[in-house]
Design a protein around this ligand. Structure first.
Ligand SMILES: [Zn+2]
Length: 304
C-alpha cells in the first residue's frame, strides 16, 4: 500500500465510526458530476447524492482526497462510469473497504474503440444515457425496494425526455450536407455523439487528457484541417483552450463556442444537468454546422 493510502485510511478509520440510529438517509456517491445528476433525476428526494469529481473538473487526471474516501466508506451505493474512465476509482473503492453496492453504469453498453483503446465517454450518446438511467434505476430499486414504484416512474419520465431530445436532434442533423459534418474539439470525447448522428470529430488530444500532442502530431492535424476544412472548432470546459486557440490561429477557422464533454458547469452556467449539457452541446454544434459553408477553403477568413 502506498504511503498516501495509509494516511487516507488512517484518517477514515478514525472518523467513520457508525452512528447508532434507527433511520438514516440512503447515501449515494457518484464518481463524476454528469453521473451524479443522472442519479439525482432517478432518486429525487429518496437519497443523498454526492459526487467525487465536481463541475468543470477533469476526471481523467483526478486524485482522490481523504474526504472522498470518507464518502465512499459511508455510502450505501457507489456509481461509476467504468470503461477505464476513472482510473483512480478501483483503488479508492477497494482500499476504502466500503461495504457499498458498487454499480458500473455502462454495463450493457456496446463500447467503441479509438486508436485501439476503449472510449469511456459513453454518456455522450443519449441512447447510452438511457442505459445508464436503467442501470441506476434497477440498482436503486434493489437498494430501497419500498420506493421501487417512485424510482421506476422517475426513470421512465427522464428517459422520455432523453428520447424526445434524441429524436429532435436526428431531424436537425439530417438536414446537414456532408461538408458541414466535421468539427474539432480539444480531446477525443465525442466519439459516441459522432456515431449517433453521423458527424466527425477531430482532436489534438486523444481519449484522455493526460498527454499533450507532440509538435509533429499537431502540425499533421493542422495540415489535415487546411484541406478538410471542418465547420468549426470548439473549446471544452475541462481542457485548456490553448491548443484549440493555436489551431484556430494557424488555420483561420473560427471557434464556435464551448462544449461540456465530461463535467457539468458550475451553478448558473449553461450545463448544470445532463439534459442541459446535451441541449447546450447540440445547440452550439448545430448553430455552427448550419452556417453556410465557404466554397473556397482559402477564403475562410472572409465572411462568406
Ligand atoms: Zn475525456
Amino acid at each position: 500500500m502506498t504511503r498516501i493510502w495509509a494516511l487516507i485510511l488512517a484518517a477514515v478509520s478514525l472518523s467513520s465510526l457508525p452512528v447508532a440510529a434507527e433511520h438514516r438517509d440512503v447515501r449515494i456517491v457518484a464518481s463524476f458530476s454528469i453521473l451524479g445528476d443522472m442519479v439525482k433525476q432517478v432518486v429525487g428526494d429518496l437519497a443523498t447524492v454526492s459526487t467525487i469529481v465536481g463541475p468543470d473538473a477533469d476526471a481523467h487526471v483526478y486524485q482522490p482526497s481523504v474526504a472522498d474516501a470518507r464518502d465512499v466508506v459511508a455510502a450505501d451505493v457507489v456509481f461509476v462510469n467504468g470503461l477505464g474512465f476513472e482510473t483512480w476509482a478501483g483503488s479508492l473503492i477497494s482500499q476504502s473497504g466500503t461495504e457499498a453496492v458498487v454499480q458500473v453504469v455502462t454495463a450493457g453498453i456496446t463500447p467503441i474503440e479509438v486508436d485501439g483503446s476503449v472510449d469511456p465517454h459513453a454518456w455522450n450518446s443519449l441512447a447510452n444515457g438511457t442505459i445508464y438511467v436503467q442501470n441506476i434505476a434497477s440498482t436503486m430499486a434493489k437498494a430501497i425496494p419500498e420506493h421501487r414504484d417512485t424510482i421506476t416512474a422517475n426513470a421512465n419520465a427522464y428517459i422520455a425526455e432523453l428520447e424526445t431530445l434524441h429524436a429532435r436532434t436526428r431531424k436537425r442533423v439530417a438536414a446537414l450536407t456532408p461538408d458541414r459534418r466535421t468539427v474539432v474539439t480539444a480531446h477525443d470525447a465525442f466519439g459516441y455523439l459522432a456515431d449517433a448522428y453521423g458527424l466527425t470529430f477531430l482532436a489534438p488530444q486523444g481519449i484522455d487528457t493526460e498527454s499533450e500532442p507532440s509538435a509533429q502530431e499537431l502540425a499533421t492535424l493542422i495540415d489535415q484541417l487546411k484541406t478538410e476544412a471542418p465547420a468549426a472548432l470548439f473549446v471544452e470546459n475541462i481542457a485548456s483552450p490553448e491548443l484549440v486557440q493555436q489551431i484556430s490561429h494557424e488555420t483561420g477557422l473560427a471557434i464556435g463556442g464551448q462544449l461540456f464533454s465530461e463535467a457539468l458547469s458550475e451553478l448558473g452556467g449553461p450545463a448544470t444537468s445532463y439534459l442541459a449539457m446535451f441541449r447546450h452541446n447540440l445547440g452550439t454544434l448545430l448553430d455552427a454546422l448550419e452556417q453556410p459553408s465557404c466554397a473556397n477553403p482559402n477564403t475562410r477568413n472572409d465572411p462568406c
